[in-house]
Design a protein around this ligand. Structure first.
Ligand code: TYC
Length: 107
């Protein structure tokens, strides 16, 4: 339940309006994982091409992934996240890079 309205009537009875079944759809983080082989420039291109980042932002995120092991590319609905993971993996394999991309629920 997200919200409940109560109305107190003159005779003392209380009316409660329950809202049920109203849930925001869960969102999913898309993450890129570091590896020792995928070129830095390629990761920057992926972040620009699939996550609408400019070159500067893409470079910052790529370096963060390189140093910390993984990094977030964005938060999306399940279908959009799943499509992006597939597109990134397919693009990386077409170029013979082992780049790993995963999604996880954003609790
Ligand atoms: N670690 C890689 C290198 O030194 C660069 C890299 C960054 C790879 C981010 C994957 O998700 C990644 N060439």
């Amino acid at each position: 339940m997200t919200r409940m309205a109560t109305i107190q009537k003159h005779d003392g009875t209380v009316l409660e309006a329950h809202r049920t079944g109203i849930r925001r759809p869960p969102l999913y983080r898309v993450l890129l994982l570091n590896d020792d082989f995928t070129p830095m420039d390629f990761v920057v291109v992926v972040l620009q091409k699939y996550f609408s980042m400019n070159h500067e932002r893409a470079t910052q995120i790529m370096l963060q992934i390189h140093r910390e092991g993984m990094g977030m590319c964005g938060v999306f609905t399940k279908d959009v996240a799943s499509t992006k993971v597939g597109q990134v993996i397919s693009y990386a394999r077409q170029h013979q890079h082992p780049l790993a991309c995963v999604m996880e629920e954003n609790e």
